[in-house]
Design a protein around this ligand. Sequence first.
Ligand SMILES: NC(=O)c1ccc[n+]([C@@H]2O[C@H](COP(=O)([O-])OP(=O)(O)OC[C@H]3O[C@@H](n4cnc5c(N)ncnc54)[C@H](OP(=O)(O)O)[C@@H]3O)[C@@H](O)[C@H]2O)c1
Length: 310
Amino acid sequence: MTTTILFAANAGLWQTYRTPLGQALAEPGIDAHLSDAADPAAVDFIVYAPLSPLQDFAPFTRLRAVLSLWAGVERVVGNPTLTVPLCRMVDPALTEGMVEWVTGHVLRHHLGMDRHIRNPSREWDHTCPPLARERPVAMLGMGALGTACAEALVRLNFPVTGWSRTPRAHAAIPMLHGEAGLEQALRSASIVVTLLPRTPDTENLLDARRLAWMRIGSVILNPGRGALIDDAALIAALDAGRIAHATLDVFRTEPLPIDHPFWVHRCVTVTPHVAAATRAPSASRAIVENIRRAIAGEPLLHLVDRARGY
Ligand SMILES: NC(=O)c1ccc[n+]([C@@H]2O[C@H](COP(=O)([O-])OP(=O)(O)OC[C@H]3O[C@@H](n4cnc5c(N)ncnc54)[C@H](OP(=O)(O)O)[C@@H]3O)[C@@H](O)[C@H]2O)c1
């Protein structure tokens, strides 16, 4: 029987995805009708991105699952019309991209690269950075992305501590959880990376009180979600010299408004939500694997838990 798949992401993506998705569907031999427009009553699966004009899932009476092209699902997880399983994107290429962004920016701050890249006064500054083994890193969020980044940093000898919602164990990384664990992680790190989803529990997680737990001169990297950090509290901590630098990839409003103080703050680096792009060939394989599983009656991968919000 033919499976009907509706591609309902934001405009422009259909051209990027139609061929890779078609190729990925052909690999396991799935007989599919793939389209960016279909009779809702005939649709089995929706390939989805949260900025899609499709916000009412009620007419999709035969729908079996919604497969997100995004890892972060905060814009769709609370949609009351969505009653079928929702799967988020976990894709090796996306993870690889995030590992590169995080290790690159950690190494930038660890090695103090900026002072050599821009050195107008031609200063012959011999100061050597400590070794990575002397630069503790806290990874807030130890899911698909946080764990891969933490493991890459451990391979470079950084002592990494992980923090997650539930108690977890990792063979090479001490793990913490809960409020006391967060305090311990923040107090012990020189570099803090936030790779958490946006949920009601993580909104403004790094507020003034918790930013004050961070070591003087420490650095924040946020490739998770803008709402994890209280913007005003962060700027105050940077102005006070308490936090030395923040490298931010995600923001409450994107694109970051032209008059936002982050753009001009000398201790902030803005990257325009480029830490980890979803790449069509590998993302298509991840989507199709879940379609194959659903058809075969196997459990879906990377199911979103609606109650916890990620
Ligand atoms: N900038 C970019 O380009 C980009 C690209 C992709 C994704 N992202 C962001 O990265 C986020 C993480 O992605 P992922 O695939 O790693 O997600 P994931 O596999 O779902 O992992 C989420 C991690 O966050 C932890 N967590 C969730 N709520 C928490 C809380 N209240 N307190 C403490 N820990 C909490 C989870 O704890 P448990 O282990 O206990 O469940 C888990 O370790 C996404 O949600 C998205 O916002 C950004």
